[in-house]
Design a binder for this molecule. Structure first.
Ligand SMILES: NC(=O)c1ccc[n+]([C@@H]2O[C@H](COP(=O)([O-])OP(=O)(O)OC[C@H]3O[C@@H](n4cnc5c(N)ncnc54)[C@H](O)[C@@H]3O)[C@@H](O)[C@H]2O)c1
Length: 387
């Protein structure tokens, strides 16, 4: 076993999911690298210390620059807010560290392009944590598409709905609510939620070539948690866009934080000539599949038994599931990060880098930027995506 010495930036939501993945990696996957939790970095030393004790990090830092330049660290994991990704990733790559970064890769395409250049010229392994690709049901959808079971695609339909910012009393900014502060988040639901939907869509259905979008900010002024002053809200609370794919199919994407009752409602459906697939994150262990069969001569339609299959994605033949329990038993949200980490480490070991790497995540960033640009001009915008 070789050591994979980790420097974790951020101890929040993603700090926890990633730390869990490092701790369980060698329990579930046959890899030759064992993660060692060397340092966790966050601005609040007390809280970081408590986190380090809980998860087993050897030390605590409050300045990420110290972590990215430490000789005893091999991999920098960026689990801090969006406006920090650029500086940390560039410095980590310059110091020859592997970099795994949370999504969205950057604040905009300009930053993302420089980040791609930095990791590629330093030749350091890199990945962006688009963990939904690692939900076994979504990975099965990819398998069905690749096996030709959906056939010529016509429609892609994605939704990503939440409801946690409806009250105008929710402040913006600060440690807890940076997602509402455009200066830190870059955008609202587009970079936060639609980035996931776009990544999944382009993985399953290829390049999005152009988009036309409409965004809405329902609450236009909120108190800033740091200054205490009422300030303009710069993020998009909701975003809907139409998309054209390079393969000739059409897409609709809808995202909001104002869908009362929806907590993390992430769905997609792909309709092709020979079949359709449908996924809903509220039932993540299922993939729904409709198979259309062309009748052979003499064959009769069996319409009374035609319908959607609800595939319980828990057999050992299903993606990732041979690493876990017996058929019929489920895995959870946290395993999507474990699966992603395993793919990354196996990529290092096999020499076949895992996806999405920074270059691939740059393509999603291009679509996000095109969506925001289109919402401003209300015109179709070419994305420039190159897959
Ligand atoms: N893959 C996913 O499904 C998913 C889910 C949630 C968040 N994210 C992404 O992960 C990132 C973090 O989100 P989160 O929900 O974990 O946020 P969070 O607010 O829960 O945690 C952010 C952490 O970053 C630390 N931090 C902030 N500024 C820092 C700095 N300058 N130096 C060092 N540490 C700093 C904070 O102290 C905190 O520990 C974001 O980019 C977000 O978009 C991805």
């Amino acid at each position: 076993m070789k050591e994979l010495r980790v420097g974790m930036i951020g101890y929040g939501f993603m700090g926890r999911t990633h730390s869990n993945a490092y701790k369980r990696l060698t329990d579930f996957f046959p890899v030759q690298h064992k993660p060692v939790l060397k340092a966790v970095c966050a601005r609040n030393a007390e809280k970081a210390k408590a986190f380090a004790e809980n998860w087993g990090y050897e030390r605590v830092e409050t300045d990420w620059k110290k972590v990215v330049s430490s000789p005893d660290i091999d991999l920098i994991d960026i689990g801090s807010p969006n406006d920090t990704h650029f500086d940390i990733a560039i410095a980590a790559a310059k110091n020859g560290k592997m970099v795994v970064c949370e999504k969205p890769l950057a604040m905009d395409v300009k930053q993302a392009e420089k980040m791609v250049k930095a990791v590629e010229s330093a030749k350091v392994p890199n990945m962006v944590w688009f963990n939904y690709r690692r939900v076994p049901s979504i990975a099965l959808a990819k398998q069905l598409v690749d096996e030709g079971r959906v056939g010529k695609p016509f429609h892609y339909r994605a939704t990503y709905l939440q409801d946690w910012t409806i009250s105008p009393d929710v402040p913006q900014g600060g440690a807890g609510l940076w997602r509402l502060d455009a200066a830190v988040a870059g955008s609202g639901v587009t970079g936060d939620l639609l980035a996931h939907s776009i990544d999944t869509a382009m993985w399953l259905n290829g390049a999005i070539t152009r988009v036309v979008a409409k965004t809405k900010t329902f609450v236009t002024k909120r108190k800033h948690a740091v200054s205490g002053k009422m300030q303009e809200v710069g993020i998009d609370d909701a975003c809907m866009f139409l998309a054209e794919f390079a393969n000739g199919s059409m897409g609709t994407f809808e995202s909001t934080r104002y869908a009362r009752g929806r907590k993390n409602f992430n769905t997609f459906e792909l309709n092709g000539e020979d079949g359709s697939v449908y996924f809903d994150l509220e039932e993540p262990e299922y993939l729904q599949y409709f198979e259309y069969k062309q009748l052979q001569s003499g064959e009769k339609t069996e319409s009374h038994v035609t319908g959607w299959r609800k595939i319980h994605t828990t057999n050992s033949e299903h993606p990732y599931m041979n690493r876990y329990w017996v058929p019929g038993t489920c895995i959870g949200y946290e395993h999507t990060f474990l699966n992603a980490l395993a793919d990354f480490v196996m990529g290092i070991e096999s020499g076949k880098p895992t996806q999405p790497d920074f270059r691939n995540a740059l393509q999603t960033q291009k679509v996000c930027d095109a969506v925001i640009k289109s919402a401003k001009t209300l015109r179709w915008v070419d994305t420039g995506v190159q897959l």
